[in-house]
Design a protein around this ligand. Structure first.
Ligand SMILES: C[S@@+](CC[C@H](N)C(=O)[O-])C[C@H]1O[C@@H](n2cnc3c(N)ncnc32)[C@H](O)[C@@H]1O
Length: 460
């Protein structure tokens, strides 16, 4: 992992070039992140401080019916050529989605607009060149390292090997420290990119449920597939490619939760914390004798959830209430107690699925402690899942898990919390009894990677 340093300039350009931003490395990383670049054999041929040259070969995959480059591929090449030129200026800074890194240290770079003029048909290998004007260097660095958003328009020129102009582009980018995209207590505004990330993780989980083919769980995949959409199915495929066990983990937890719900006598309420695009209410309501579901998540996620649910045709009638909340700011217990339809005295299940790993210890403690106050009935239960600490601090010695964690970092969904003794942790939150089952035991598998994932049930 590349670790960014305070202002980047303590690293020499040569050191930065060797470790972070040289042509073979950037070609490989971008081929991994953006498969179409590999398909067309696009590559970076030269990188200087503030500059980048790339090559888009004239080949079968990159051309159209006239045997010339597809115009949109020229634009794609402009996007990454200009992006690399800009990235060279921020020494030591890893770029989210490209370098192995997490949100704490990385920069997020996005294309905001482009203007491409196609001057001549492109009938030879095509070289793209971008050089950031020297008088912009210090403005870009100063703003970025002061924690501000940088917005710049960079020129990218496309030429044949004989230097004939084929196209000229103006590419407008913004770049900023990734941490700033997250809402904070001081600045709770949700940016469109943060919103995108929120949807991405919920869709990815729905995508994993959608492709569940195990006999462990009977899923009505149609709802899950609908929730995942093509984005979720694609992300699930990518992450399954990295950690094949992920599919079974999601299947295991789905069945484990279903079993818990079925075994609470007279269950009347189910609270889904961080509900995302979980379609459980539509799948199990009937079997559970129509409990009331309380679905808690950020308002932006609930908006997406409503949109997705509204599009389900012939959806079963269920009893559900959506409650907008931000776990980092609200007291979820009080929020539920204030809800006119919530009653803490009746049998209730609270499900905190696929969430603990994304919140800090302190945040999890607050949420789980707040929930302990709404589980007054002796049959009420809390369900949550926790990974072991070794997953988060990278000491499992299991290569697939390390790659998965790097993949989640790249998605901007870093795991930050792991726990080796859920019973102790939950005792601190006010729970008297906790039962912990590893996915390995639950699945009866010999695969040690499943031992790092724990299914936890507690009562107050
Ligand atoms: C990985 S998803 C899990 C979704 C769902 N439980 C499932 O298993 O399909 C994590 C969920 O936590 C929600 N979330 C993230 N930050 C949150 C916050 N500060 N307050 C409330 N919910 C949040 C996200 O919107 C997302 O729906």
């Amino acid at each position: 992992m590349i670790v960014s340093r305070a202002n980047g300039q303590s690293i020499s350009w040569q050191e930065d070039y060797n470790d972070r931003i040289n042509p073979p490395l950037m070609t490989r990383l971008l081929h991994e992140a953006i498969p179409v670049l590999r398909t067309v054999d696009w590559r970076v041929v030269e990188i200087t401080e503030g500059g980048c040259v790339s090559e888009l070969p004239l080949c079968y995959a990159s051309t159209n019916q006239h045997g010339t480059h597809q115009a949109a591929l020229i634009s794609l090449s402009a996007d990454y050529t200009g992006g690399i030129a800009l990235a060279t200026l921020l020494r030591g800074v890893p770029f989210a989605g490209v370098h192995p890194c997490n949100d704490e240290a990385s920069a997020s770079l996005w294309l905001a607009a482009m203007d491409v003029r196609y001057r001549n048909p492109s009938t030879e290998h095509l070289f793209a060149r971008c050089h950031v004007p020297a008088d912009m260097f210090s403005m870009i660095r100063n703003r970025y390292f002061a924690g501000k958003r940088v917005l710049v328009t960079l020129p990218v020129t496309f030429t044949t090997p004989n230097n004939e102009i084929v196209a000229e582009a103006k590419m407008k980018y913004f770049v900023q420290p990734s941490v700033q995209l997250r809402p904070t207590k001081q600045n709770p505004a949700i940016t469109p990119i943060y919103k995108h990330k929120l949807k991405a993780s919920a869709r990815m989980i729905a995508g994993l449920r959608a492709s569940a083919s195990s006999n462990l769980v009977r899923l009505d995949n149609a709802h899950e597939r609908h929730a995942a959409g093509p984005h979720g199915e694609l992300l699930a495929r990518r992450l399954r490619g990295i950690l094949p066990q992920l599919q079974d983990v999601v299947v295991a937890r789905t069945r484990h939760i279903d079993d818990i719900l079925k075994n609470i006598p007279g269950l009347r309420q189910v609270v889904l914390l961080g509900v995302g695009l979980d379609m459980r209410p539509f799948r199990v309501s009937h079997e559970l004798n129509m409990p009331m579901f309380f679905e808690l998540d950020l308002p932006e996620m609930l908006e997406e959830r409503s949109r997705v649910i509204a599009l389900i045709r012939n959806r079963p009638v269920v009893r559900r209430r959506m409650v907008a909340t931000d776990f980092k700011r609200d007291h979820v217990g009080e929020l539920l107690l204030r809800h006119p339809d919530f009653d803490p005295r009746i049998p209730t299940a609270v499900i905190y699925e696929g969430c603990t790993m994304y919140f800090s210890e302190e945040e999890n403690l607050e949420v789980l402690e707040a929930i302990s106050h709404v589980l007054e009935h002796p049959d009420s239960r809390l369900w949550c899942d926790m990974v072991k600490r070794s997953v988060v601090n990278g000491t499992t010695n299991i290569e697939e898990i390390a790659k998965f964690i790097a993949g989640m970092d790249q998605l901007g969904e870093s795991f930050i919390f792991g726990c080796d003794s859920p019973a102790e942790f939950l005792a601190r939150c006010g729970y008297s009894t906790t039962r912990v089952t590893t996915a390995q035991d639950f699945l009866g598998s010999a695969d040690p990677s499943f031992s790092t994932y724990q299914l936890v049930v507690a009562k107050v």
